[in-house]
Design a protein around this ligand. Structure first.
Ligand code: PGA
Length: 254
């Protein structure tokens, strides 16, 4: 099995202006998280990306946007392309977060174009998938995850899988304080990896799968120690530098 370096991503959603971003990054670096053992990615709103890139420079911390458009340029008012993000020095992009799917009509079809567009621009796509509470209680979790992964990665070759990060985020766990159990998280992440192994064993083995949904300093170590969980996509708890540093440290020691 390949050694997958743990990855912890801070999904700030619509929080933190430029000054708050710089303040966070400086405080976080000051806490000396083990950046040689865990890859850390900060995902601020578009308007704080440049502040994040400049403050993170030289630290090893990477910066990701929270969305992008699939086209390179064009008449798409309000949108931003992958090339524009790379031009800013951004390294990665979160795609298909459940809030974008549920509130802004993000579809599997557009994601199937966004993932290769991100790769082409040299950005690491962090693709989010996950089931609702009703889908889980209706026994549909496996089917929902398989459909999302298949559709969203339809235009990605097996050879490119290693460049992608997938975040398994059960929707019922996001922002609710109700974390998936280790068994639920491992089962879902294991299923995603097995599904991708059908396309490339090597790619599936190298690809990192994150868990997201009420990850906190108290539960991160247990979750990232699971066989198929390689890190986390952290919302609420990533807004505080001490909490996020504690989460990053627990990933390194897991
Ligand atoms: P949460 O959010 O950690 O606040 O549950 C996770 C996410 O939405 O990525």
């Amino acid at each position: 099995m390949s050694e997958r370096k743990p990855l912890m991503a801070a999904n700030w959603k619509m929080h933190k202006n430029r000054a708050e971003t710089r303040e966070f990054v400086e405080a976080f670096i000051g806490l000396e998280p083990p950046l040689d053992q865990v890859e850390v990615v900060i995902c601020p709103p578009f308007t704080s990306l440049e502040a994040a890139v400049s403050t993170c420079e030289g630290s090893g911390i990477q910066v990701a946007a929270q969305n992008m458009h699939q086209a390179q340029s064009g008449a798409f008012t309000g949108e931003v392309s992958a090339a524009m993000l790379s031009d800013l020095g951004v390294h990665a992009v979160v795609l298909g977060h459940s809030e974008r799917r549920e509130l802004f009509g993000e579809s599997d079809e557009s994601l199937s174009e966004k993932v290769p567009a991100a790769l082409e621009a040299g950005l690491t796509p962090i693709l989010c998938v996950g089931e609702t509470e009703a889908e889980r209680s209706g026994g549909k979790t496996d089917e929902v995850l398989a459909n999302q992964v298949r559709a969203d990665l339809a235009n990605v070759s097996g050879g490119d899988l290693a460049q992608i990060v997938i975040a398994y985020e059960p929707i019922w766990a996001i922002g609710t304080g109700q974390t998936a159990t280790p068994e639920q998280a491992q089962e879902a992440c294991g299923l995603i990896r097995a599904l991708l192994a059908g396309r490339s064993d090597e790619g599936a083995d190298a690809l990192r799968i994150l868990y997201g949904g009420s990850m906190k300093p108290e539960n991160a170590a247990e979750l990232v120690s699971l066989e198929d969980v390689d890190g986390g996509l952290v919302g609420g708890a990533s807004l505080d530098p001490e909490d996020f540093a504690a989460i990053a440290s627990s990933a390194a020691s897991a």
